[in-house]
Design a binder for this molecule. Structure first.
Ligand code: ADP
Ligand code: MG
Length: 345
């Protein structure tokens, strides 16, 4: 056997993004209707006067969720929301979802009904239809895969690779809280496991726990953009942490970024809890993830359209690629922002 045949590369050597690139870079789109393939929050397909956008996410028990602290109803809701968030990140409106589940014999009909109660609640709130899916058994645990299909106008769909030098970098809502909620839930789980008699103490941290267990997608922001006649120059949703998402926009658009730490919105509850855990709040915002906020850039001429909008913050500017991706700290220092990347394998 030739030596090359024995080569075995660990997937961790590539990381998630490197692996996706490695597996998909050779694939060339051949249908003219495939406007955008791999590489954005959602794929984009020509559909008459409109564009159809499609996005898939999979949640695996033990990797993405732990049924010790997330109720099945919340899980169903979250599985839908994280997909809709990718559709909104294209400045499009989700219309349909498909849901596929694989589960072991540990799950009863009643348990799966609870999961679907959450799925239905999200469908109702976001006005999307459940139109299909697949059901199969699995040797262990629960896996949920949701595909979301949305619609957008041709001149309004917003990609990751279209930010320009001089554009302003904006963020909705606040960052870091979902990560801190997870830290608290994990801590209480460990305490419970070592002493099941102890009642979990969530310290009335409703805000951060809620951000972890019941995230929402920013439908309201897409509606606000439409109302204000604002089309961002690029956009991505924050699923992996601010640093990683800024990195995606910069890499794909061929620009750098200069971010003001003082412009990064962090909720006071998250701020206080981070300090309690001896974590730096800005690190939680940069590397935490699961915030499902929208990170976007605008042309500076549109500044008046966003300046007074509620829950939108201007936190930086896109720079020449040679400038890199920098954070101007509250203390006056300038640091490189590094996308931590992710390791699940
Ligand atoms: P997001 O975090 O916004 O959900 P991902 O990082 O999961 O996005 O995916 C980035 C891009 O890579 C998307 O265009 C997605 O469709 C694509 N992608 C992810 N995994 C695969 C895969 N196994 N095969 C083909 N494309 C993939
Ligand atoms: Mg995304």
């Amino acid at each position: 056997m030739a030596n090359e045949d024995l080569k075995r590369t660990d997937v961790n050597e590539l990381g998630e993004f490197g692996l996706i690139e490695h597996l998909t870079e050779k694939f060339q789109l051949s249908n003219p209707s495939s406007k955008k393939g791999v590489g954005d929050d959602a794929a984009v397909i020509e559909n008459g006067n409109m564009l159809t956008v499609v996005s898939t996410d999979m949640l695996v028990e033990g990797i993405h969720f732990d049924l010790m602290y997330i109720p099945l109803k919340h899980l169903g809701y979250k599985a839908v929301v994280v997909n809709l968030s990718d559709i909104y990140a294209m400045n499009a409106t989700p219309k349909q979802i498909t849901v596929s589940i694989a589960f072991s014999n540990r799950f009863s009909v009643e348990a799966l009904e609870e999961l679907y109660d959450g799925i239905y609640a999200a469908c109702k709130f976001y006005n999307v239809d459940l139109i299909g899916g697949d059901t199969t058994s699995s040797p262990k645990g629960l896996t949920i895969s949701v595909t979301a299909i949305g619609q957008g106008e041709k001149d309004k769909i917003t990609y990751r690779n279209t930010a320009k030098v001089g554009d302003l970098l904006c963020i909705t809502g606040n960052l870091g809280a979902a990560y801190l909620g997870l830290q608290l839930l994990e801590r209480e789980k460990q305490i419970y496991l070592s002493n099941p008699g102890v009642k979990p103490d969530l310290e009335e941290q409703n805000f951060i726990v809620g951000r972890q267990l019941k995230p929402e997608a920013r439908k309201d922001m897409i509606e606000l953009f439409a109302k204000e006649g604002l089309v961002p120059t690029s956009m991505i949703d924050v699923s992996d942490g601010l640093a990683s998402e800024i990195f995606h926009i910069c890499k794909q658009s061929g620009v750098g970024a200069f971010v003001e730490e003082s412009g990064v919105p962090i909720h006071p509850d998250a701020q206080l809890f981070a300090i309690k855990l001896k974590l730096d709040p800005i690190t939680c915002a940069l590397s935490g993830g699961e915030d499902y906020e929208l990170l976007f850039t605008i042309d500076p001429k549109d500044i008046d359209k966003v300046k007074y909008l509620p829950d939108i913050y201007i936190m930086g500017e896109m720079t020449e690629p040679s400038e890199g991706i920098k954070l101007h700290t509250k203390g006056g220092n300038i640091h490189d922002i590094k996308a931590q990347g992710w390791k699940h394998f």
